[in-house]
Write a protein that binds this ligand. Structure first.
Ligand code: SAM
Ligand code: FES
Length: 346
């Protein structure tokens, strides 16, 4: 096995160049095995055989941003746009609660219709209706004051993938008006406000090099988020990246182990994108160190329209079917879905 892998198992504080070397070892079966073994050991130490669920409510696919990779970007005229009403969102929570969900994730494009006032009202109603549940927001870049207002209204967590920690690469994925420094400022602000924060990136996005991925790992090491979302990039037919190849499942799985070892207590989802690229992608993710799954609670009538990339799975099933299906998948690799808020251990 390569020396760098042994070094990393002993001391995770690698420099960027060393992370590049570590990433390049992903095709070495011995490296894969060694990292997998340690990653599983650590996830079991902190989380046993439990897998946490988050009920994902994709409440709007309107977006004022134009991320080049994303199927619901502003300039995609073919996207079939929808917004859920406050009542519909609350119904999703009600169904979710009955199914055993104790975390709801409100995710959407950056939709100006949902002003801070409207968001605050939704957050308060969810926290009042289901006080034993955690509420996660994933609604993009906002001002410090907006994040503060949402926190005071009861939001517990915030997911904002940094997408790539390399500024040049960030520029290849986004228009000039969107800046990496601003996205990173948002993450630091969220931390300062006491949110449990989730960062993350796509694996294999166009223009990504091993150097970019190493930069991502260095950034995660600095930020120390409580959650990290990574999944393969998957092309969407109505974007400029339609003809680009999708990211590698093997590399994504390898990075899941690396991240578990770097941040042993992290909440690490086996993502829908991973399940889209490989029918057993989520199970494999759990076997490499992931400990969270995020089934969809959105109304079935809207699911197809939240099309971030092509062939997204689970767009036709009811929430109950999704939970049942995931529960069986999780059991098949020796873990158990639990009905719990699923906070990160201290
Ligand atoms: N608007 C919010 C934001 O930007 O953080 C949340 C919604 S955004 C659609 C959620 C995540 O989807 C992004 O952070 C991105 O990593 C992922 N995503 C978008 N397009 C994708 C694609 N083509 N393949 C894989 N993941 C994608
Ligand atoms: Fe806004 Fe994708 S461009 S959610």
């Amino acid at each position: 096995m390569e020396k760098i892998v042994k070094d990393f198992l002993e001391n995770q504080n690698l420099k960027k160049d060393e992370f590049v070397e570590l990433i390049r070892a992903y095709k070495d079966p011995e490296a894969v095995e060694a990292l997998k073994t340690r990653a599983v050991e650590l996830r079991k130490k902190y989380y046993g055989d439990q897998v946490f669920t988050r009920g994902l409510i994709e409440f709007t696919n309107y977006c004022k941003n134009d991320c080049y990779y994303c199927g619901i970007r502003k300039s995609n005229r073919n996207a079939d746009r929808y917004r859920l009403t406050e009542e519909e969102i609350l119904t999703c929570c009600e169904n979710g609660y009955e199914l055993g969900f104790r975390t709801f994730v409100l995710q959407g494009g950056e939709d100006p219709y949902y002003t801070d006032e409207r968001m605050e009202s939704i957050i308060r109603k969810i926290k009042k209706g289901w006080p034993d549940c955690a509420l996660t927001l994933s609604i993009g870049e906002k001002s410090y004051d907006s994040y503060k207002r949402f926190k005071e209204a009861g939001a517990d967590r915030y997911l904002l993938r940094h997408e790539t920690a390399d500024a040049v690469h960030y520029g290849q994925l986004h228009p000039e008006t969107q800046k990496l420094s601003e996205r990173m400022d948002c993450l630091w602000n969220l931390k300062k406000l006491g949110y449990q924060v989730g960062a993350g990136f796509m694996v294999g996005s166009p223009g990504q090099t091993d150097d970019c991925l190493a930069e991502d790992l260095v950034f995660l090491q600095k930020l120390k988020p409580q959650m990290v979302g990574i999944g393969p990039f998957i092309p969407h037919h109505d974007t400029r990246f339609a003809q680009e190849p999708a990211g590698s499942v093997e590399l994504t799985l390898y990075l899941l182990s690396v991240i578990r070892i770097m941040l042993p207590k992290v909440l690490l989802p086996a993502t829908t994108a991973l399940g889209t690229m490989d029918p057993r992608g989520r199970e494999k993710g759990l076997e490499r160190g992931a400990n969270v799954v995020m089934p969809n609670l959105s109304p079935v009538k809207n699911r197809k329209a939240y099309e971030l990339y092509d062939n997204k799975i689970c767009t036709g099933e009811e929430a109950a079917e999704c939970r049942g299906c995931l529960s069986r998948r999780v059991e098949s690799v020796g873990y158990h879905l639990v009905s719990d808020r699923g906070d990160a251990v201290e």
